[in-house]
Design a protein. Structure first.
Length: 112
């Protein structure tokens, strides 16, 4: 879980260098195998391609010369974004955070 958290913090830091980026993320264990996966809501002026590229760099995909799996969808108002966030906040085995734009990472942790 610590590795999943670090990858999301790195993703946010890299995206935030180009455009102010606000992000909610949640890490949770896989159902059928060891390890963790991440869900995120990202608000940024970065385009789809830039967000995907940023994730590939910070997740290690570029270093391995392969793309890490990422499913990116446009946020649709009225489709339950608040419920999406609340679902992960209330799970016992998940870790989550909200990262704000242009804020010192040491000051960036709101809740835990």
């Amino acid at each position: 879980m610590k590795s999943a958290r670090r990858s999301m913090v790195r993703f946010h830091e890299r995206a935030n260098q180009t455009a102010p980026t606000t992000m909610f993320f949640a890490c949770e264990p896989y159902d059928v195998k060891d390890g963790y996966h991440v869900h995120a809501l990202v608000k940024s002026d970065l385009g789809w391609k830039s967000i995907f590229e940023c994730y590939q760099v910070t997740s290690g995909g570029k270093k391995l010369k392969q793309n890490q799996r990422a499913q990116i969808s446009k946020y649709e108002v009225g489709m339950g974004g608040a419920l999406y966030c609340a679902k992960y906040i209330s799970k016992k085995l998940s870790d989550w955070d909200i990262l704000l734009p242009n804020v010192n990472i040491a000051d960036n942790v709101l809740f835990r």
